[in-house]
Ligand binder design. Structure first.
Ligand code: CIR
Length: 265
């Protein structure tokens, strides 16, 4: 169908990405002090990130750039994709809502059914962690209780169980935790109040190491700022690729939020 494609017998996975805005340096900050951002260097880092996805079998689809949106590169926040449905988010930061139309056009063109988070709900894609049919949603930062309820109502018919997780110390749930292919949730102490909501956890030595992108099989993408976590994961049998995303980290971004991975349905 329109959402998955077979190329030479291999499932073609696709990821949405959005080129950094020339105004990237004006991106929102919540927990960090503003630092100068080198935009040309950010574009190089973004190209390297894209390249790693390509090298691991992902086709990257560029959502039209939104130069008026400094945070547009953090495309993951614009939607939640589950099965054949793309739920267009309603970012908690009003400034970021201009990012939605372009993202919506791109995901609709790939054949996904669309739904939306609506007022009074707010929800950022970065607050949503999926593993199997469990969908953990961070509440308290950019996402509110109404946003979580709406997402639960939309995803329940698809068999998902939505579990709210309080988030206070970090911007998004996925700024604190992500899940390995076996479901173990990576976390760094102090970023999440109650890791016991997750059935299986693995503590990592660096806060930046708690974010990984699952490339395929046992291959992971991690930020270059987390070398000790990369080592730990290698020892556990994962094949780890590191990319330097320093310019995005200055804006509270991480490896997950730079793409929307479409794993097919
Ligand atoms: C923001 O504050 O919205 C951006 N500067 C960073 C968003 C990062 N997104 C994410 O972690 N999912």
């Amino acid at each position: 169908d329109g959402r998955t494609r077979q190329t030479k017998g291999v499932l073609q996975q696709r990821a949405l990405v959005r080129r950094p805005s020339a105004r990237l340096a004006e991106g929102l900050l919540t927990h960090l002090e503003r630092q100068p951002v080198d935009v040309p260097w950010a574009v190089e880092q973004w190209n390297d990130y894209r390249q790693v996805l390509h090298d691991h079998g992902w086709e990257t689809i560029e959502v039209p750039a939104a130069d008026e949106c400094p945070d547009g590169v953090f495309i993951e926040d614009t939607m939640v994709v589950y099965g054949d449905m793309a739920v267009i988010s309603r970012p908690g930061a009003v400034e970021r809502r201009l990012e939605l139309p372009g993202a919506e056009v791109a995901v609709r063109a790939l054949g996904y059914r669309l739904a939306r988070i609506t007022e009074p709900g707010t929800l950022d894609g970065g607050d949503v962690l999926k593993h199997g049919n469990t969908v953990w949603v961070g509440v308290g930062g950019r996402t509110n209780a109404a946003g979580v309820e709406q997402l639960a109502d939309l995803l329940r018919p698809l068999g998902a169980e939505v579990v709210p997780v309080p988030v206070e110390k970090v911007l998004h749930l996925k700024s604190a935790v992500t899940a390995l292919p076996d479901g173990a949730v990576l976390f760094h102490p102090g970023t999440i109040d109650d890791p016991s909501v997750f059935p299986s956890v693995l503590e990592v030595p660096e806060p930046e190491g708690a974010h990984v992108v699952l490339l395929n099989g046992n291959r992971l993408l991690i930020a270059a700022s987390a070398p000790r976590t990369a080592e730990l994961l290698s020892q556990r049998g994962y094949d780890v690729s590191s990319v330097d995303i320093s310019e995005f980290e200055k804006l509270e971004g991480c490896v997950t939020c730079l793409s929307v991975r479409l794993r097919g349905v």
